[in-house]
Design a protein around this ligand. Structure first.
Ligand code: AP5
Length: 215
């Protein structure tokens, strides 16, 4: 099963993709996490990637495709994968379709998580992320058991530089312009599974798992 998780910044893609991947035994591939790892590495590629992320812009397709297709090359060897944050525009979506078709595979479903803008801003301004395993927390809605420490691995929590209000606004603008048209692209081929992303994390996971199991 190959599933894309689509939604605005802060919709809960990363949170839900980790839970659902675990539940359905799928590999979780998150381009944002891969880029943040590259940026931390401080290589030339990492510095380039970081400069786009800090401005809230998409990393150029050439860099993104190269990095993602390396990971997609493993697709077909496991029971399936959740792609979180990829594709982000029509060019990436078409390239992904082609790469999968070469392996006689295709995207099965696209989980589109819908959350109102006001809630997105609240979620992003309170988000803390584990520097080690990338697990997201929220200062008030889903705080860690020990302040500043990840429940899962004990890693240090930090606030993403691109969660500053001005950068969040830019990310939302980029989402509406470049990524939101993918909803139509996948809806035309009957692959969209629309999920109301409001409510607690567990409630949303349940909705996703039961919608996916309905086929
Ligand atoms: P990326 O890391 O993918 O960021 P994003 O898409 O903007 O999404 P976020 O990670 O901000 O949000 P999310 O939907 O995963 O929400 P989360 O689960 O964390 O990308 C970052 C950057 O990398 C991009 O701007 C771009 O520069 C680059 N990039 C990445 N992919 C690219 C691509 N394909 N092409 C080009 N460039 C690319 O949840 C958010 C908060 O809400 C957390 O605090 C969480 O605890 C809380 N929360 C989650 N669910 C709930 C709930 N149900 N109720 C209450 N709180 C909740």
């Amino acid at each position: 099963m190959y599933i894309i998780f689509l939604g605005a910044p802060g919709a809960g893609k990363g949170t839900q993709a980790a839970i659902v991947a675990n539940e359905l035994n799928l590999t979780h591939i998150a381009t944002g996490d891969l880029f943040r790892q590259a940026a931390e590495g401080g290589t030339e590629l990492g510095r380039k990637v970081k400069s786009y992320m800090e401005k809230g812009k998409l990393v150029p397709d050439r860099i993104t495709m190269q990095m993602v297709l390396e990971h997609v090359s493993v697709l077909g060897q496991e029971s399936g994968a959740i792609l979180d944050g990829f594709p982000r525009n029509l060019k990436q979506a078409k390239a992904l379709d082609e790469a999968l078709a070469k392996k006689n595979k295709a995207i099965d479903k696209v989980v589109y998580i819908k959350v109102p803008e006001e809630e997105l801003l609240k979620r992003l301004s309170g988000r803390w992320v584990c520097r080690n395993c990338q697990t997201p927390y929220h200062a008030t809605d889903s705080p860690p058991k020990a302040e500043g420490r990840c429940d899962r691995c004990g890693g240090q929590l930090y606030q993403r530089p691109d969660d500053r209000e001005q950068t969040v606004r830019k990310r939302l603008e980029v989402y509406l312009d470049k990524t939101a048209p993918l909803v139509d692209y996948y809806d035309r081929v009957g692959k969209i599974v629309a999920i109301d992303g409001k409510g607690g994390v567990a409630k949303v996971s349940q909705k996703i798992v039961s919608a996916l199991s309905r086929g």
